[in-house]
Every structure is written in C-alpha cells, then in structure tokens.
Design a protein around this ligand. Sequence first.
Ligand SMILES: [Zn+2]
Length: 225
Amino acid sequence: MSIHPAFELVRDESIAEINSQAQLFRHKKTGAEVLSLVNDDENKVFGVTLKTPPDDSTGIAHILEHSVLCGSRKYPVKKPFVELLKGSMHTFLNAMTFPDKTAYPVASANLKDFYNLVDVYLDAVFFPLLTEDTFAQEGWHYELDSLDAPLVYKGVVFNEMKGVFSSPDSVMHDQTQRALYPDTIYGLSSGGDPKDIPALTYEQFKRFHTKFYHPSNARVVFFGR
Ligand SMILES: [Zn+2]
C-alpha cells in the first residue's frame, strides 16, 4: 500500500475484536489524525469530529453544528443536509453535539455515493458560509407577528431546546449532570439553555468556528472495505 505523501503512518495493527486492520495516519502539515479501519463491512463509514468545549450554556457548538450544514463554499445551496437526506443512498447521515465535541458521521454502501457524502461534509465543516441569516435562523432572532403583538424569540435550536427543556426527564438529566460536574464543561448545557441562547452574538459564533474547526483539532475516521 502506498501512503499519500501528505500523511505519515503512526500505527498499524489488526484488531481481532472488530475484525479490522487499523492504521492511524497523521497529516504532516496540520497534525490532523486519520484512523482507517479496513474490514469486510458492506457499509463505508466516514466521520469527522472536532473538540468543541463551550464557555457557557448558549448552545454555541450546537448552533454551529446546525449552521455548517446550511451551505458551504463548494455547495452554496440553502440546505445541503436536507438534499442529501432526500437524494443520497446513505445508510447513515447525521451530526451531533456532545458536551465536549461535535461529530459529523456519514455512511453508504455505494462507493461513489460515499465519496460524495464525504466531500459535502468536509466542505461543510471546514468551509461553511455561516451567514448572519443562517445564525439568526438556526440560533435565535426576534419575531413580531403584528405591531401590538409581543416580541418573541424564535430559532431552530432555540425552539428545539425549548422542547428539550419542557421534558421533565431531560431537565432532570441536565440538572444532574450540571450538579455532578459544576466547574467543568460538563456543568454547562452544550445543547443550549433557552434562557442563555439569546446572549450569543454572531461574532462569538464566527470566532468559535475559526478557533475549533481546524484540521489540527480534527479526528477523522474511515471504516469499511
Ligand atoms: Zn439540534
């Protein structure tokens, strides 16, 4: 096997438990880690994950997760994610925010479709458009139905988290985790607390992307045959 000159092989071993040959590569210029797990699974899986520790409970990482999938340099359409959901042969397609990281995994059994998914996702993660409109739409904005109506907050993540915070089970889970780890990032609400979300500004949001969405902070995995 020849290695791409931009990468160096760090480790190479077979893992019997998952019937895989595991090779860990490092991108020489940026330090990005790429793990290749070769096995006979018919699915081809790709994931790019970034460390995204937040400073507060504004849901900054969660709003960014939604927003990068709203158009990128190579794919400047409004909702590439929705287009992929409708049109690709994916066997898995999603993105998720954790208290300490954000993950973008895709899978397909078709090689051509798979590489297309990888291309759309990599472009979304590293070159998103992140317009102010996207921030307002996915994060939060004011809405006024009529002149005498009250001014209200709206936004995809704002509404989603209002839903989450209306479920007793979710509130209990959130409060338990926050109480157990009060002085760490696990003491924050990574999804966003609806009462904190409107404190987030577009500038903070853009800065968060610049700071964490860099290959040097990325872990990439390929899995399958
Ligand atoms: Zn969400």
